[in-house]
Design a protein around this ligand. Structure first.
Ligand code: MN
Length: 429
């Protein structure tokens, strides 16, 4: 840690902010005491929270139409690790990164791990990419990967996944997330039944390759890039497949992978109840899989998701959830977006710790919807920034990460050595 950003710079910046933070923290301490909460207990829980940053998230994303590169963009996985280390040095809730293969392939994974170690960065769940053609042109995924009617294409897709596991093992990762773009654009194009059967069959081969302490996370999505039907379209299908595969297979909820107005927090609760909730991809959206910054559009939904998680966790119904960010940053500096998003996620978690769940259950049992709603709204409307900022400060990071980051002019400095990428091809979907 503190290889990407000198600790003295963070300390120096914190000096000017600390007295205001102390004042705000003291005020919140008194306020929470009146509701029966000990701010110090909550702060200690927050200090332990971790969410992984996606390596693909630090590059500027694009849309189906164009990509507008930023200055000093990372050119390879090593640059991406360095950018992720900037984020972690400043906020500290993001010690691990989630790589994507083959995008992040290198010749020497041991060397990559040592490089990341030197920045205090570890590796979270790895992601496999079979939604674009394999780099060696040995097969085509145009008509599907793990569910393709061609055995040759399926085998190649399986190999990409088992290779991702092997890479992840060297990086000390403990999980693989599988999302396939497979599906159909037209009625009749694919057999719903056969494609699901082939998915399960392919996944069984990947599952057999999993080390015993690994989890495979199945990610569902209702549409895009296939626009009529997708093979793993919803949490129900994802659950059926995870159940079929075994105990090491879990479901992953990407917030953007639901149709508008879907009650995502209820899906979270259902998956907890059937012991199949394994992870999240956090982002936010207005219309579809917009991959906007977490909490930027619908922070109440994000809070309600953490409300389910914290409630279940206090009842010991939750273990080993992989929290990851999955976003595309088209118009912002990805480093700023990822710092704000991680903080927004931590804020939602902090607010959920301010819900008194026995009082909530009492209100539910007494048939008092107004009181129940009030309990949630009171927690949601509490400004938890002083606790989260204090947690960051006590963990050795920046009280005000964005302003600290801006004084560094990091990207401007990096632009001197990282060559700019001109291309206008679309970014990450
Ligand atoms: Mn995702």
């Amino acid at each position: 840690m503190y290889k990407a950003i000198k600790k003295e710079l963070i300390d120096q910046h914190n000096q000017s902010q600390k007295s205001n933070l102390d004042f705000d923290f003291k005020y919140l301490e008194q306020k929470l005491k009146r509701s029966g909460f000990d701010i110090h207990v909550i702060k200690e829980q927050i200090k332990k929270f971790q969410v992984a940053v996606p390596t693909w998230g630090v590059g500027t994303g694009g849309t189906r139409f164009a990509r507008f590169p930023g200055i000093g963009e990372p050119q390879n996985i090593y640059d991406k690790i360095e950018d992720c280390a900037v984020i972690n040095d400043l906020i500290g809730f993001t010690q691990k990164v989630s790589p994507h293969f083959p995008w992040d392939n290198v010749d020497d994974f041991k060397e990559l791990k040592e490089f990341a170690d030197s920045y205090g960065i570890g590796f979270d769940v790895v992601n496999s990419n079979t939604f674009q053609d394999p780099t060696d042109d040995s097969a085509s995924f145009k008509y599907g990967s793990l569910t393709n009617s061609s055995q040759e294409a399926r085998d190649k897709a399986i190999e990409i996944n088992t290779q991702s596991i092997d890479n992840g093992k060297i990086l000390n990762s403990k999980g693989l997330t599988v999302w396939v773009g497979d599906g159909g654009n037209f009625p009749g194009q694919i057999s719903f039944s056969k494609s699901l059967e082939r998915y399960i069959d392919s996944m069984k081969k990947i599952y057999a390759h999993l080390p015993s302490d690994w989890t495979v996370l199945l990610e569902h999505k209702p549409y895009e890039p296939a626009f009529y039907s997708t093979v793993i379209s919803d949490w129900g299908t994802s659950y059926i497949c995870a159940k079929e595969l075994g105990d090491q297979a879990m479901c992953l909820v990407d917030l953007g992978h639901h149709l508008p107005n879907t009650n995502i927090e209820m899906i979270v609760s259902r998956l907890i109840d059937v012991n199949k909730l394994g992870g999240f991809h956090f982002n936010d959206s207005k219309f579809g899989d917009d991959d906007l910054d977490a909490g930027s559009i619908n922070p109440y939904e994000l809070f309600l998701i953490f409300n389910e998680l914290t409630n279940a966790s206090q009842k010991n119904k939750l273990s080993n959830i992989a929290y990851m960010i999955d976003q595309s940053h088209n118009v912002t500096d990805p480093i700023e977006s990822l710092m704000l998003s991680a903080n927004e996620i931590v804020n939602s978690y902090a607010k959920s710790l301010l819900v008194n769940y026995s009082q909530l259950e009492e209100a539910q049992d007494r048939h008092d919807p107004i009181r129940a709603m009030q309990i949630l709204k009171n927690a949601f409307s509490t400004d938890v920034n002083p606790i989260v900022s204090m947690a960051r400060f006590e963990n050795g990071h920046s009280i005000d990460p964005i302003s600290t980051y801006r004084t560094l002019e990091y990207k401007k400095q990096k632009a001197k050595t990282r060559k700019s990428s001109k291309g206008s091809s679309s970014g990450i979907v």
